[in-house]
Design a protein around this ligand. Structure first.
Ligand code: FAD
Ligand code: 2HG
Ligand code: ZN
Length: 476
């Protein structure tokens, strides 16, 4: 029996012909790539676990070009894989077979920025970090921040509804994305690129495309509500003896830091071991079972510093934290953040990594990690937990020296049943892509999944956009 994350059979899409290439070269001169060496990195995902065999990479620069490509592909029944920075972790960003890769990498212009409202409009291929730098020069910031910021693109962020490190403070992209421009499967351009905070004229169609993982349309431009750049930022790195104490610290922190709290993230001692071993990053404090990164962002450094000091004293007095260090200057802030941001990178040096991105009531997030450790015994090389405490989102990662079907059978469906029993989500922020598509029923009722299938059929009747992804095989 094939694994539910294995690719289904190739669907009967057309194959790219020389005439098709002629058309693409006319629309995208010099930007229709067929050299296998140049295609290599677009065919393989970031984790190097999914490999497609596309023979064409298209690099449009404008919405009009995307529209011409999709209109043509739709009429020719050619499958298309929209691709941003290719940092996705669920195999959604690379072709499964010979789907044409449509990259937004050259669609990287800022369109407008309004420094009164903080509303930015830009093309979908702008790299998140470049947008952050652009905004910081203007005293604003992006409402999201991810460890993959150097490569991921805002279009990919919207297509996955990425969460990241600032969601606790600025909320989900479902609130901060104000407008989208999307090219539909048949080439029609849907211009919902509004720049308004409030707009209740009919259904909010942009929400359909946020988190749709390239299956409903190609996002070509976005409008984002950006917060002001905080005048004062502090980061503390703390150690806790138990997860219970970590939760108490979270509660205390919410009460005492209130409006200046901008992140509350954690990693366990196994993550720290991987950072030490594989990335030679040393622990900034003494060894503890759990570590917390707390960030404050405010407008008054004296006021913020006092609040933070009071919080730390109280946490120490109540014995919630065992050790800690504070950073106010940029370089130390970055160094402390990297202890959290680089865990994913450290894991890649372990061999093969099985990733689970689970949402749960916050009190239960670490129980999943301990239960998995007990369940697996010595079958796994390591079982680690880290993630976004403030969002109730744990990243459970299990590693083995190489891909191991017996280990997968021990983890799945255990992890999904465990999550469903507690009404959790089997994909908190990474999406379903290729790898998780068939697990959707653990978190969504079949009526909801069927309705998703109807929406897909209405917007993309031939199913050319990112086939084999997001929706389960039994819908196709
Ligand atoms: P890609 O990987 O290229 O594509 C992702 C999906 O979106 C694919 O299905 C693709 O078809 C679709 N897509 C891309 N662009 C478009 C478009 N313009 N129109 C339509 N569909 C499109 N994710 C989080 O949520 N939170 C994190 O904290 C986080 N941290 C990460 C840290 C690291 C080190 C890494 C490697 C990944 C991390 N991710 C995280 C996952 C990933 O970075 C995000 O999902 C990111 O939003 C993907 O953006 P991308 O441009 O790389 O998209
Ligand atoms: C993070 O929060 C990312 O660091 C990646 O979402 C999580 O690699 C993972 O499992
Ligand atoms: Zn995450």
């Amino acid at each position: 029996k094939p694994s539910p994350s294995a690719a289904p059979e190739r669907l009967p899409f057309s194959r790219v012909t020389l005439q098709d290439l002629d058309f693409f070269r006319k629309v995208l001169p010099g930007r229709t790539i067929t050299d296998p060496d140049l295609l290599e990195s677009s065919n393989v995902d970031w984790l190097k676990t999914v490999r497609g065999s596309s023979e064409v990479l298209l690099r449009p620069q404008t919405t009009e070009e995307v529209s011409q490509i999709l209109s043509y592909c739709n009429s020719r029944n050619l499958a298309v894989n929209p691709q941003g920075g290719n940092t996705g972790l669920v195999g959604g960003s690379v072709p499964v077979y010979d789907e044409i890769v449509l990259s937004t990498a050259l669609m990287n212009n800022v369109l407008t920025f309004d420094s009164i409202s903080g509303i930015l409009t830009c093309q979908a291929g702008c790299v998140l970090e470049n947008l952050s730098l652009y905004l910081e020069e203007r005293d604003f910031i992006m409402p999201l921040d991810l460890g993959s910021k150097g490569s991921c693109q805002i279009g990919g962020n919207v297509a996955t509804n990425a969460g990241g490190l600032r969601l606790l403070r600025y909320g989900s992209l479902r609130g901060t994305i104000l407008g989208l421009e999307v090219v539909l499967a048949d080439g029609r351009v849907l211009d919902c690129l509004t720049k308004l905070r409030k707009d209740n004229t009919g259904y909010d169609l942009k929400q359909l495309f946020i988190g749709s993982e390239g299956t409903l349309g190609v996002i070509t431009a976005v409008s984002v509500l950006c917060p002001r750049k905080p005048k004062s930022v502090n980061v503390v790195f703390l150690g806790c003896e138990t997860f219970e104490q970590l939760l108490q610290t979270f509660q205390l922190c919410r009460g005492m830091l209130g409006e200046i709290l901008s992140a509350f993230e954690f990693l366990d001692s196994e993550c720290m071991r991987l950072l030490n071993t594989h990335l030679k990053m040393s622990n900034p404090i003494s060894d503890c079972p759990f570590y917390v990164v707390i960030e404050t962002s405010g407008s008054d450094s004296t006021h913020d510093g006092e609040k933070l000091q009071n919080f730390l004293e109280e946490a120490m007095n109540l014995s919630m934290v065992a050790d800690g260090t504070v950073a106010t200057e940029d370089s130390k802030i970055k160094a402390l953040w990297s202890m959290r941001e680089r865990v994913t990178e450290a894991l890649t040096h372990e061999g093969y990594t099985y990733k689970y991105d689970i949402s749960l009531p916050v009190e239960q997030i670490y129980q999943l990690v301990t239960d998995m450790r007990t369940h697996l015994g010595d079958q796994a090389k390591s079982v680690v937990g880290y993630g976004h405490v403030g969002d109730g989102n744990v990243h459970l990662n299990v590693t083995s020296p190489a891909k191991d079907p017996a280990l997968v059978a021990a983890i799945e469906p255990f992890v999904y049943e465990w999550t469903a029993k507690r009404q959790g989500s089997v994909s908190a922020e990474h999406g379903l892509g290729l790898k998780k598509r068939n697990y959707i029923y653990y978190s969504k009722p079949s009526q909801a999944v069927a309705l998703m299938g109807n929406i897909k059929a209405m917007l993309d009747p031939k199913g050319i956009l990112n086939p084999y992804k997001t929706l389960p095989d039994d819908l196709k």
